[in-house]
Design a binder for this molecule. Structure first.
Ligand code: 4LM
Length: 392
């Protein structure tokens, strides 16, 4: 099949119903292992001389469909599926580094990615620095002789700061350093880092790609050469792979990604405007806000501003918590990208593992809340937010 538009590929890419008894929905190959017709077939599959499945930790037909679909969505050559976003992040970072190497990282990252960077430093002497990556010259000066990976989130969880992905990729090329982008907050519908010159894209597929809050999964996309190498090393040997059933749920969720994202974005835009005007709100952090310091950059590299709004309420941590407790429909929960609107308190939840000093540097205050705008009627989301804000 020739390449079709994004909205079409998310539904069709990597699956031919007529090869599966006409089943419109792809089969779940719920099997751990695959039978060889002869001992010689088994030997040649292990030797890599013959195509075919061996064992589901190495590869599985349902999972392979998902890997093909995400590769096409991110405009990359090869996708890999993992048992969680963190399994993807760790397989990629451990695969690209060795003892003595240095990772240059955006000014903030998800709390567990921060934890992983610390672990790699403490246990394997793979060091890291956080950097704003605001301009080319300071980025160049932060690259050391040992830098082997540049790792970025954009937008950054939960401060929504952006990194100019095309600029970072261009500078990194001068030094032949691969750039890895965690694209979880945007999804490939809104932002495609490989098209901007990066080398690897990672997703917590748990979020927008799944969209229904019922899967923990991770995906990564890059060149055939690099991804095949990682498949046979940190994916196969550490073994953080995805189950066929989760891959099936993700294939199902991904079909509606574009329509869901349009609604998330529309709802978020309306709510951001209302939140900004409310007297109990100190400030909003939303790339679609005209006063957002990187509004131009958001327009340059994202199709739309996304469905996440972070905001600071007036008062202290207790005020933030009491506001959350006053919500009636909106759920207090970590994670994001689901049909349900979710709210969380990064300082005590997703980024609680980050020491206070680092949290301050990243801009995570005790009054900061992160709202994952769901697919409900925006009027209902707003009336819940408004009644809780009015009680502060
Ligand atoms: C959360 N986030 O923020 P798994 N990369 C990014 C993420 O936000 C996350 C992961 C990776 C949240 C989870 C509780 C930018 C997770 C890790 O949870 O391992 O699929 O993804 O609320």
């Amino acid at each position: 099949m020739d390449t079709k538009r994004f909205e079409t590929e998310v539904i069709h890419k990597g699956y031919n119903a007529l090869q599966h008894n006409g089943s419109l929905s792809p089969p779940i190959f719920q099997t751990s292992t695959f039978v060889f017709d002869t001992a010689e077939t088994g030997a040649s599959r292990f030797a890599g001389e013959q195509e075919g499945y061996i064992y589901s930790r190495l590869s599985n037909p349902t999972v392979a469909m998902l890997e093909e679909r995400i590769a096409s969505m991110e405009k990359g050559e090869k996708g890999l599926a993992f048992g969680s976003g963190m399994a993807a992040v760790s397989a990629i970072l451990l695969g690209l580094t060795k003892t003595g190497d240095h990772i240059l990282c955006s000014e903030g990252v998800y709390g567990c990615t921060f934890g992983l960077l610390q672990l790699m430093e403490e246990k394997y002497h793979i060091t890291h620095d956080f950097h704003s990556m605001n301009d080319e010259d300071s980025l160049r000066s932060a690259i050391t002789d040992h830098t082997t990976v540049i790792y970025i989130e954009s937008p950054i969880n939960p401060t929504m700061k952006l990194v100019d992905i095309e600029m970072v990729a261009r500078v990194a090329k001068e030094y032949s350093i691969p750039v890895v982008v965690d694209n979880t907050f945007s999804s490939p519908y809104l932002q495609r880092p490989l098209e901007l010159g990066c080398d690897v894209v990672i997703h917590s597929a748990t979020k927008y790609l799944c969209g229904h809050g019922d899967v923990i999964g991770g995906l990564a996309v890059g060149s055939n050469e690099l991804m095949s190498h990682l498949a046979m090393t940190t994916q196969k040997d550490i073994g953080g792979i995805m189950s066929p059933f989760d891959a099936w749920l993700l294939l199902r969720g991904i079909k509606t990604l574009p329509v869901r994202m349009d609604r998330h974005c529309e709802n978020a835009k309306k709510l951001a405007e209302l939140l900004k005007e409310h007297p109990a709100v100190e400030k909003i952090l939303f790339p679609g806000d005209l006063e957002f310091p990187q509004y131009e950059l958001a327009n340059k590299q994202m199709k739309n501003a996304g469905g996440l709004i972070s905001f600071q309420i007036k008062g202290d941590k207790a005020a933030a918590q009491s506001f959350m407790n006053s919500l009636q429909m909106i759920k207090i929960a970590v994670s994001l990208g689901d049909a349900e609107t979710l709210i969380q308190h990064p300082a005590t939840m997703t980024h609680a593992v980050v020491p206070e000093e680092n949290r301050k540097q990243m801009g995570i205050t005790d009054q900061l809340l992160r709202l994952s705008v769901g697919l409900e009627a925006w009027e209902d989301i707003w009336s819940d937010l408004e009644q809780a804000l009015n009680r502060i």
